[in-house]
Ligand binder design. Structure first.
Ligand code: SF4
Ligand code: SF4
Ligand code: SF4
Ligand code: FES
Length: 958
């Protein structure tokens, strides 16, 4: 997957057509059979005949504007465009005749006469289709000169931080406009003006930055010239080689070609063969990778005795030996279970495997947990109970076969943008949409898309709403009885049907609780049950509740009751937040589960690991993250190895988390930057970015994809090597020479991964687990003939109100979420030009609630809950319903999690981020917590700066 010379991927001109019928024709004397509907251009290309083209590309529907692809067809007059002419049985086509050559040269001559002839200094030199086509058609001179009207002085729009639009080079081929519409679904571009005056325009003659453009890069990718061009290419020139790897941001798991010059990334190009993204990307993966070389990265290991001491830069050996000796000291002083580790869903499967192995085998405890605890742990629990496997059931491609989609508690346009684009494409084709969300997310109404139902549920009442949807399905005879009888446990189903049919679960009875009109619930239930293939996509707005696990089970119940499991176009699809949430759970990061979701108390499974690892494992589950905090405050938990997670910023009730960390004696943080957690650390082990390591990520579809090293680690070690060194220093030897050997161990010990290997991943591009003898090339769709647990199990999902209810003291409900340009704690995206779109977290407040409080747009407001108080700027919008306020949590100084409480899901302890009872008042200064945070941050920055000076002095000997 390493290309030493950058090759442009083969472009067959027009999209593939799928049809059971084929047509046979002759092109340049060759007999060719293709699927009905295939264009002449594609038919020729499939037979190896390349017809010149400019406005056509195989990712977009043909447009037929450039007239370069003309062909001659026996028995037809004129010269039709091959990109827009479908192949027909018996056609005889010629693509190369003297007349066609003349016509094409004429077309090219017109283009070139209005194009700056600066090829040698143009950033696209060597990567320009216009240049290529001039060569292909044999254009040698241009008769018209440059004296007439032309666009050579047209202005360049440099407003977007990542790409520029040089209008003088535009050939008005419309590819960018179509890419924005068809691929991305944003419709930000138009061709303004007519004839000679026509030009590409974002919005109403706005700049790219001021327009609706979301900077996905699809137009840049589609542009055949240098008109739309990445600024890094303009600055650095063309790349020299490329490596295929996987985006390290969200759970879509887009494949990218990292195009490189030596050790520097020139650009990240969405990989056309990427099975999750099919050549598309969003602003984060495409452009926001500059953090990897940001000056604030800490590249040298550091240690200190107390968090009030300055950091001391030390060698890797010293840092690792110090960490190991501290962990051993703590264990001998306070007991074996006084230490633990936290794995990260941003790290690779191999890294996560090693951290949980280190905790279980080297520490000798099961005190290991993962950040999935605070996002999708209810998915693991709920789907395991009902379907038998802790994972989503489909591929992303499956959405193209769906007829009715429920999107619940997820905002794909912001959180999973590439999936959102695919979903929108299906919706534009006519699929119906039901959105269940307290907030009016973008999908409810966006260009050419309007949800059939937006059930604007009151935060905390998801379970009640799903019961009322199920009530309609059960009482109106809409259950898929045949599916249920064949595939599900009868007794559990009967109990469930009786339960949901109770009058108290009717939409009318639930309306007061959920705030959703009963008629809308009835309409949505009927649509979902009768509208054809029904699929459910959900996010953290489902899981991060006191009844998160219950709601996941209710979703699975709904899918089973309507027979929507086990084929294309249906299914239960958790949209995983981070790149490797699925993988970090699969790899045994939970304290009660060994890899592959097998309980630690299972003697047979434990024995397999004990034999392979040569240690005795503890049979009892260890501490979950919130239990670690409690134990730290109670004095029994003293040491933590935290890889790639910023728990101080991301976990709820910040002050509680900070107090817990302050009570520990040795915190080892392995990360890229001195993050909020590292401010409480005693050992800092510099982390490596995804560009600097080998491994695999597993996305929301269970798709395992390779992450490939495109540059050497700037800190001298990949993350997996650091864990190996720490384990060796603790006296538990680990001997891996490459992550591929870790994957061999994963495959050896995890039945769902037994068929996975790097060789197979290189060969097939990616694999969806289970991948084993039964499914050697993976399992795109799960539960086809039977559920993993045998029969599907309906679970009773009684609505239990959360304790976080609005009261007179805290009359509003705060709910939180993400924004497109930022990612989680923002450590990466805040260090990129993405801050131009979102430079601070703000509080969304309904105008009515604002008026009641005398709050105007842009005012500072204090948000108080029973956990704490913070201050943000207010923005007034009816995206939120009255009584509900909303914010993001990307900036540490915002302190959104100072306000969230430690209420959590009953089954998994996943925090209830999505419902916090708050009061909002106008204020004029930061909260007490923010003042303290700012003082503490200043001190820690000073301690870090002192470290720099000390090391400089050591280096220069002054
Ligand atoms: S970057 Fe994406 S959203 Fe913006 S104009 Fe191009 S295709 Fe449209
Ligand atoms: S900007 Fe590029 S893709 Fe768009 S019309 Fe101009 S040349 Fe074509
Ligand atoms: S959709 Fe997700 S995986 Fe794809 S480029 Fe964007 S952040 Fe990366
Ligand atoms: S490529 Fe067919 S008309 Fe442009």
């Amino acid at each position: 997957m390493l290309e030493t010379v950058i090759k442009r991927e083969r472009d067959l001109g027009t999209p593939e057509r799928v049809s059971e019928k084929t047509v046979t024709l002759t092109i340049d004397g060759q007999e060719i059979s293709v699927a009905e509907g295939t264009s002449l251009m594609r038919a020729a290309a499939e037979a190896g005949i390349n017809i010149p083209k400019l406005c056509a590309t195989d990712s977009l529907e043909p447009f037929g504007s450039c007239r370069l692809c003309l062909v001659q067809i026996e028995g037809r007059r004129g010269y039709p465009a091959s990109c827009t002419t479908p192949a027909e049985n018996g056609m005889v086509v010629y693509t190369e005749t003297p007349k066609l050559h003349d016509l094409r040269r004429g077309v090219m001559e017109l283009y070139i006469s209005d194009h700056p002839l600066d090829c040698l200094t143009c950033p696209a030199n060597g990567d320009c289709e216009l240049q290529d086509m001039a060569g292909v058609v044999g254009l040698r001179n241009v008769r018209y000169g440059y004296d007439g009207a032309n666009h050579l002085k047209a202005k360049t729009d440099d407003s977007n931080p990542y790409f520029s639009y040089d209008a003088s080079k535009c050939i008005v081929c419309n590819r960018c406009v179509r890419a924005c519409e068809e691929t991305q679904g944003t419709f930000a571009l138009t061709i303004s003006g007519k004839g000679f005056d026509s030009r590409v325009s974002p919005g109403q003659d706005q700049s790219f930055l001021d327009s609706e453009c979301v900077s996905c890069g699809a137009c840049v990718q589609a542009c055949p010239t240098s008109t739309l061009q990445e600024k890094t290419v303009i600055m650095m020139g063309q790349a020299e080689h490329s490596v295929v790897t996987t985006c390290a941001y969200c759970g879509v798991g887009c494949g990218f070609k990292a195009e490189m010059k030596g050790q520097e990334v020139v650009r990240m190009v969405p990989w056309k063969d990427g099975q999750a993204n099919r050549g598309h990307s969003c602003v984060k993966g495409r452009f926001a990778w500059g953090y990897a070389t940001h000056k604030e990265r800490v590249l040298k290991p550091m240690i200190r005795k107390h968090i009030t001491d300055s950091w001391k830069e030390v060698s890797w050996d010293e840092a690792i030996n110090y960490a190991a000796s501290e962990f051993r000291r703590i264990q001998s002083q306070y007991g074996r279970d006084a230490v633990g580790g936290i794995t990260s869903s941003r790290c690779t499967n191999e890294e996560t495997w090693l951290v949980q192995k280190l905790v279980r085998a080297a520490f000798g405890t099961n005190n290991v947990d993962t950040c999935a605890r605070v996002c999708h742990s209810p998915t693991g629990y709920g789907l395991k109970q009902t379907l038998g496997e802790s994972a989503g059931t489909q591929t992303f491609d499956s959405v193209m076969h769906t007829d009715v989609v429920i999107v619940m508690g997820a905002n794909p346009s912001s959180g999973h943008p590439v999936f959102a684009s695919r979903l929108k494409r299906r919706l534009r084709q006519g699929a119906r949409l039901i959105v269940i969300d307290p907030r009016r997310i973008e999908l409810v109404s966006s260009p050419h898309i309007k949800a059939d139902f937006h059930l604007q549920v009151r935060p905390g009442t998801n379970t009640a709403l799903l019961s009322s949807l199920a009530h309609v399905i059960a009482t109106e005879g809409l259950i898929d009885e045949a599916f249920v009888a064949e595939r599900c446990e009868t007794k559990a189903f009967n109990e469930w049907r009786d339960f949901v049919s109770l009058p108290e679960n009717s939409p009318e009875a639930m309306e007061e609780i959920t705030g959703v009109p009963a008629q809308a619930v009835r309409g949505a239930a009927r649509l979902f049950a009768t509208g054809g293939n029904g699929s459910i996509y959900y996010g953290l707005g489902v899981t991060e509740h006191s009844q998160g696990s219950t709601t996941v089970m209710a979703i699975a119940n709904l899918a089973m009751a309507t027979g929507n499991i086990g084929r294309e176009g249906v299914g239960v699809n958790p949209l995983r937040g981070q790149n490797n949430v699925q993988g970090s759970c699969d790899m045994g990061s939970f304290p009660h589960e060994l890899p592959g979701y097998r309980h630690i108390s299972d003697n047979v499974v434990r024995a397999q690991f004990e034999k392979d690892w040569g240690v005795t494992l503890q049979p009892e589950p260890g501490l979950r993250i919130p239990n670690m905090f409690e134990a730290a405050l109670g004095g029994s938990f003293k040491g933590l190895y935290c890889q790639g997670e910023d728990i101080v910023q991301s976990d709820p009730n910040t002050q509680h988390v900070a107090a817990s960390l302050a009570a520990m004696e040795c915190i080892v943080v392995q990360d890229l930057f001195l993050n909020e957690t590292a401010k409480y650390a005693h050992v800092f082990l510099p982390g490596s970015s995804f560009l600097e390591k080998d491994g695999t990520f597993t996305n929301a579809e269970r798709r395992i994809s390779r992450v490939r090293k495109v540059m050497e680690p700037k800190n001298g070690k990949s993350d997996w090597e650091v864990t190996v060194a720490l384990s060796n220093a603790l006296g538990y030897p680990m001997n891996y020479k490459h992550p591929r050997e870790i994957m061999e161990e994963i495959a050896r010990l995890t039945p769902t991964f037994s068929g996975v290997s790097y060789d197979k991943l290189d060969r097939l591009g990616s694999l969806q687990w289970p991948c084993n003898d039964d499914a050697p090339e993976g399992t795109p769709i799960m539960h086809i003939d039977a559920f993993v647990r045998g029969k599907g199990k309906f679970m009773i999902t009684k609505y239990v109100p959360t304790d976080e209810r609005s009261t007179r003291r805290f009359p509003l409900l705060l709910t939180t979420g993400r924004i497109l340009s930022q990612y989680n704690v923002g450590a990466q995206t805040r260090r990129t030009p993405n801050v131009m779109w979102h430079g601070e977290d703000v509080l969304e407040l309904h105008p009515q609630d604002a008026e009641d409080r005398g709050v105007a747009e842009g005012d500072w407001v204090g948000i108080q809950s029973r956990a704490g108080e913070t201050v943000l700027r207010a923005t007034l919008t009816d995206r939120v319903q009255p009584g509900v306020v909303y914010t993001t949590f990307h900036f540490p100084e915002s302190g959104a999690n100072v306000v969230t409480t430690d209420a959590s899901d009953w089954a998994t302890n996943c925090p209830e981020y999505k419902v916090t009872a708050v009061q909002v008042t106008r204020v004029s200064q930061p909260s007490e917590w923010q003042r303290q945070w700012s003082r503490f941050a200043d001190i820690q920055q000073k301690l870090l700066r002192e470290r720099s000076r000390e090391s400089e002095a050591a280096l220069t000997g002054k």
